[in-house]
Ligand binder design. Sequence first.
Ligand code: S3P
Length: 167
Amino acid sequence: MKNIILIGFMGTGKTEIGRRIASRLAMDFIDADSLIEKNERIKISEIFAKKGEPYFRDLETKLILGFKDLKNTVIATGGGVILRQENVKMLKDLGPLILLWSRPEKIFERLEHTQDRPLIEGEKQKKIKSILEGRAPLYKKVADFEIDTSQLSLDQAADRIIKWVKK
Ligand code: S3P
């Protein structure tokens, strides 16, 4: 099996759904953000604070470059991975891009109490809405398959993706 790539905004369930898909299909699982934190030995919020977003984006691109020989792996990407076309191109070579979508109100509900998403700190509700709106066309353009996780449990979402992958 090739790989399965999950893309989508923060709080759409990429990590948790990705884990479930991997375990049910006996695939490996990689969470790109966790791997960056592990490699750099520093939290993503601190990378943003100390080195800035472009530095983080370079780390993200370098990480994906290193995925080129991956097989049989579910990859949960960071929400901003689609911002660079080179990332999208590399990821497309690895496997289908599956977009997890959610309504902004639902994303806010899920992320309201987290403090580890530097891009939406401050006026969280407003920022979620405006960043999501700006990125929506990008996500939709590159996705091979898309599901709305607003009303789905993690298992239901994993089921739908597995069904699509197996078709
Ligand atoms: C980001 C999403 C985060 C993380 C970073 C930037 C984004 O990942 O990569 O905070 O630009 O949307 P998650 O989507 O896993 O929260």
